[in-house]
Design a protein around this ligand. Structure first.
Ligand code: SAM
Ligand code: DTB
Ligand code: SF4
Length: 351
């Protein structure tokens, strides 16, 4: 039994019937918080068995999609996200840098491809991009695309017109996280609202791009907030094709730098519930792998995570070294998901 059961106001009734619905159903967009809480509350082995069934229905159980991140504009951000090394409001010792050159970005993308990444994600520490920066960003996107990689960017809030320009330049995915539940969001970020995030996600979708949207565990949230985050994601009109689940990387100098670490089993449960309720989405085991044991990562893959970041750096913090990752993949029999498979599967996720 799970010791830390989540209180459910409105029980869903027959748990066996809920399990059957999860195992059989096409993607649903009408999940209730009570159903999601009941999934979190399942005995761990039942939850993982269910997640495996759902995972194997839609994906190869041994293939993992691999992306590499690059910070193209670092630090000095006007936002106050309580977890972030890049906010100008906190003294984290990070050196701010201007938007880098197109050629430097393409060199990093070539290196990432040579190391086995099929997707290249460019991140900028902005509240929102300025229109004048977008020319350079669009040149980066079309250059990376021309290398035969999928493209992803995370640049903050977008207007509909900016989203349209990025789509035209060949951007496949836009990453914009909801981070936590709507109720807890204001404890983590005060310089923008949950609705601001949802608005940008709608602009990305309307422009025709795929959505990469997830959250962070370890922000001091309650288990109910993890239910609330997954509920927000799974009730979007279209499920995000990519759902990053980050474990907080504690950064000294940020308000959340000393927060309590998330229990590993609770983290795995969150991955498993995400897999079950968004069955066709890539669930990404994102930040925090550096601090995880091989065994914890193996449980995350068993729970249905099928996408990761490779490369020794995330944006500003450490990711596992290549040798450690390669040894782990060899031990687990994991192989890189081919680019074409990832493309087809993400197109299906949107159905
Ligand atoms: N400025 C843009 C924005 O906030 O949308 C893009 C960059 S931001 C670094 C991308 C995402 O990284 C955040 O939304 C957050 O979910 C995640 N992130 C940032 N710092 C993190 C940390 N210390 N640990 C885990 N995830 C983190
Ligand atoms: C996401 O959800 N995780 C990635 C990506 N989207 C951009 C970012 C993780 C950042 C971790 C902290 C850092 O390296 O600065
Ligand atoms: Fe800025 Fe993004 Fe960091 Fe928030 S998460 S402070 S918006 S870079």
């Amino acid at each position: 039994m799970n010791d830390a059961k989540i209180a459910v106001d409105n029980t869903v009734g027959d748990i066996e019937a809920l399990k059957d619905r999860c195992a059989a159903a096409a993607p649903r967009h009408d999940w209730s918080r009570a159903e999601i809480a009941e999934l979190f509350n399942l005995p761990f082995n039942d939850l993982l068995f269910l997640a495996q069934q759902v995972h194997r229905r839609h994906f190869s159980a041994t293939q993992v999609q691999m992306s590499t991140l690059l910070s193209i504009k670092t630090g000095g951000c006007p936002e106050d996200c309580g977890y972030c090394s890049q906010s100008a409001k906190f003294d984290t010792g990070l050196k701010a840098e201007k938007l880098i050159d197109v050629e430097a970005t393409l060199a990093a993308a070539r290196a990432a491809k040579a190391n086995g990444a099929s997707r290249f994600c460019m991140g900028a520490a902005w509240r929102n991009p300025k229109d004048r920066d977008l020319d350079k960003i669009c040149a980066m996107i079309s250059g990376v695309k021309a290398l035969g990689m999928e493209t992803c960017a995370t640049l903050g809030m977008l207007t509909p017109e900016q989203a349209r320009r990025l789509n035209e330049a060949g951007l496949d995915y836009y990453n914009h996280n909801l981070d936590t539940s709507p109720e807890y969001y204001g404890q983590v970020v005060t310089t923008r609202t949950y609705q601001d995030r949802l608005d940008t996600l709608a602009h990305v979708r309307d422009a025709g791009m795929k959505v990469c949207c997830g959250g962070i565990l370890g922000l001091g949230e309650k288990p109910e907030d993890r239910v609330g985050l997954l509920h927000s994601l799974a009730t979007l009109p279209v499920h995000p094709e990519s759902v990053p689940i980050n474990m907080l990387v504690q950064v000294k100098g940020t308000p959340l730098g000393d927060s309590a670490r998330v229990d590993g089993i609770e983290f795995v449960r969150t991955i498993a519930v995400a897999r079950i309720i968004m069955p066709k989405s890539m669930v990404r085991l994102s930040a925090g792998r550096e601090q995880m044991s091989d065994e914890l990562q193996a449980l995350c893959f068993l729970a249905g995570a099928n996408s990761i970041f490779i490369g020794e750096k995330l944006l500003t913090t450490k990711n596992p070294e290549q040798d450690r990752d390669q040894a782990l993949f060899a031990k687990l029999g994991i192989e890189a998901m081919p680019y074409s498979t990832a493309e087809i599967e993400s197109a299906e996720a949107a159905q």
